[in-house]
Design a protein around this ligand. Structure first.
Ligand code: SF4
Length: 281
């Protein structure tokens, strides 16, 4: 296996060449001890948090009486060293010193007693972090993008933030719709498992090559695991915010009571989805 090939520096490429057993054997050799094997149990993989109607942003009571966890929104995962240090201090002072990361590029401070909740919220606000946000923003993630990654076809983080501003002004959702913005097929932001997945590409506008995205819908994980289907091809970024607005409006107009975006897309074929999502109504 050629491990020096930067483009192939992904576990998925290694597993294309090696078997799982070969991979485990090499890992154990490096670790110097044997990993425990657990029998595959699909029921055990159904994490209860996957069916929660939120993505942990906000204050929620824990099982332990009088304790709460505080979920904090970090727009597209950007956090400065100064903020990190202060977050650590807040966790030490008012929690148990623990900080947990979420798959939505946010973090959680657990074990905060009731009487410290407001203080923690205020301290976080002071350093620029909200403990409340729209259902759109709480499920928005983006890969590194062309600011730091040479594979990127687009400015994923910048575009994700612009999308959030556009959509938040125009649409209100009563449940999260996850949007995953990823800059190339390596898919660090896992576009294929978002409700809406955006995969960076080059698009043509007036003969010029500009940042653009392929648009996928219907991905999911856990109990709702599914690979998203591509519904639109190479949309230039300027056209993307109004397109996503139309898609979400189409979903809100045509869904059944309480239906999730993923379930809505799953019961329509691609032609029907394109028609619903292109309608200006
Ligand atoms: S998905 Fe994004 S961060 Fe990952 S390799 Fe591609 S452009 Fe870079």
């Amino acid at each position: 296996m050629e491990i020096a090939h930067r483009k192939k520096a992904r576990l998925k490429h290694l597993l294309e060449t090696w078997t799982l057993e070969q991979y485990l054997e090499a890992t154990e050799k490096l670790l110097g001890y044997q990993l425990q094997r657990a029998p595959f149990d699909p029921a055990a993989m159904q994490n209860p948090s996957q069916s929660l109607p939120h993505t942990h942003v906000g204050v929620y009571p824990q099982k332990q009486k009088g304790l709460n966890y505080v979920g904090v929104a970090v727009p597209v995962g950007h956090i400065s060293p100064k903020q990190m240090i202060r977050v650590a201090e807040i966790a030490d002072l008012y929690g148990s010193g623990e900080i947990r990361l979420t798959v939505w590029q946010n973090f959680v401070i657990p074990n905060v007693p009731d009487h410290f909740v407001e203080t923690v919220k205020k301290a976080l606000r002071k350093i620029g972090f909200a403990t409340q946000q729209s259902n759109l923003r709480s499920g928005l993630i983006a890969c590194t993008g062309n600011a730091y990654c040479k594979f990127a076809q687009a400015d994923t983080k910048g575009h994700a933030l612009q999308l959030a501003v556009w959509l938040d002004k125009r649409i209100q959702l009563d449940q999260p719709v996850n949007i995953h913005v990823t800059g190339c097929p390596n898919s660090c932001a896992q576009h294929y498992m978002g409700d809406i997945g955006l995969l960076g590409t080059r698009a043509k506008v007036g003969g010029e090559s500009v940042d653009g995205y392929h648009v996928f819908v219907g991905g999911g994980f856990g109990a709702n695991q599914a690979v998203g289907r591509q519904v639109f091809n190479a949309i230039d970024f300027e056209s993307l915010p109004p397109l996503l607005e139309k898609m979400l409006r189409g979903y809100l107009r045509h869904r059944t009571d309480g239906e999730t975006f993923q379930a809505f897309t799953a019961r329509h074929d691609l032609n029907m989805l394109q028609a619903i999502f292109s309608n200006e109504e």
